[in-house]
Design a binder for this molecule. Structure first.
Ligand SMILES: [Zn+2]
Length: 303
């Protein structure tokens, strides 16, 4: 994703963290989620047309197909803007209660960058994307297991996007390829709320509020951040962070409310692991996946 410029004021909301996890009973298994983060990285780099990308789609299908009520691979092709090749892209879609008109999309991008432009040594080599790629998917795979065992009141579409991170710096139109395609070709009935996870595995997790998300869905942000505090997760901060140009924008552009839960300080404000070969599993932690995964799943059980 890229950063947009925005100035936004948020209301004062006192988040009170109890420091305990007494309310955390969603069943979310953060160790299993972390194993899935590592397993994705073990497949290699997962940029479009790569061997790792093909293996990743198989990996997701093996887990999600037996869990979901309906499972689809949404395949599409685009001319590569940077070569003579054709890009073969795949969104992975797992639907739960597909007939339920009350539904949400939970999503993350699964692709990794074909370059690591901020890496000092190898800026032109594709990257492994432990946090920027594997972390959001890892949480959604575990949520899929949980909602198969304990059905929610609402229908869920878990959608894993390809091609989010394809663009060269500042070339915004070549980012968000999978989510734009999905937003143009959604499965029916269409969800009324989108929750995007991206870069939430950072061992030093600090989840500030994306102002684009807050403008779109203030109530959802307030509920999730308040619940996180009540669950004892002080990683969620009631502070406006950088404005995100990420897959949620594809839905906001279509009039569908969408939020991005993201920590764009990896590991700190200088973001020095972002889009480098230092974005590896050892920089991520099960505790961070637990903070986001357990909060999100607990919130879903309240819907
Ligand atoms: Zn990225």
């Amino acid at each position: 994703m890229k950063i947009l410029i925005s100035r936004l004021l948020i209301p004062t909301l006192l988040l009170f963290s109890t420091g305990t996890h007494l309310l955390a009973q969603s069943g979310f298994d953060a160790d299993r989620a972390y194993d899935d983060l590592v397993a994705q990285c073990d497949l290699g780099t997962r940029e479009p047309n790569s061997v790792g990308a093909k293996a990743a789609v198989k990996f997701y299908a093996n887990i999600l197909k037996p869990l979901a009520d309906e499972f689809y691979l949404q395949k599409f092709q685009l001319d590569d803007p940077y070569s003579d090749q054709t890009l073969d892209l795949t969104n992975v879609i797992a639907r739960f209660q597909p007939e339920n008109p009350e539904r949400m999309i939970l999503c993350a991008h699964w692709d990794t960058r074909p370059r690591a432009e901020y890496d000092k040594q190898f800026p032109d080599k594709p990257m492994i994307g432990a946090n920027d790629g594997a972390s959001g998917v890892a949480i959604l795979l575990e949520i899929a297991r949980q909602i198969q065992e304990q059905p929610l009141n609402i229908g869920i579409d878990i959608v894993l996007f390809d091609g989010e991170d394809y663009g060269k710096p500042r070339d915004l139109q070549n980012y968000l390829l999978g989510s734009r395609y999905y937003a143009d070709h959604p499965y029916q009935p269409v969800a009324s709320q989108v929750i995007l996870l991206d870069m939430i595995g950072d061992a030093d997790l600090t989840v500030k509020i994306d102002p684009v998300s807050y403008q779109s869905s203030p109530r959802v942000i307030e509920e999730i951040w308040t619940l996180a505090a009540n669950l004892g997760y002080d990683q969620f901060k009631w502070v406006i962070g950088a404005a995100m140009y990420d897959d949620h924008v594809s839905f906001i552009d279509k009039g569908i409310p969408a939020i991005d839960i993201i920590d764009f300080e990896y590991p700190g404000p200088n973001n020095r692991y972002w889009h480098t070969h230092d974005d590896t599993p050892d920089k991520c932690s099960p505790e961070s996946l637990d903070a986001v995964g357990n909060t999100l799943l607990s919130w879903l059980f309240q819907q």
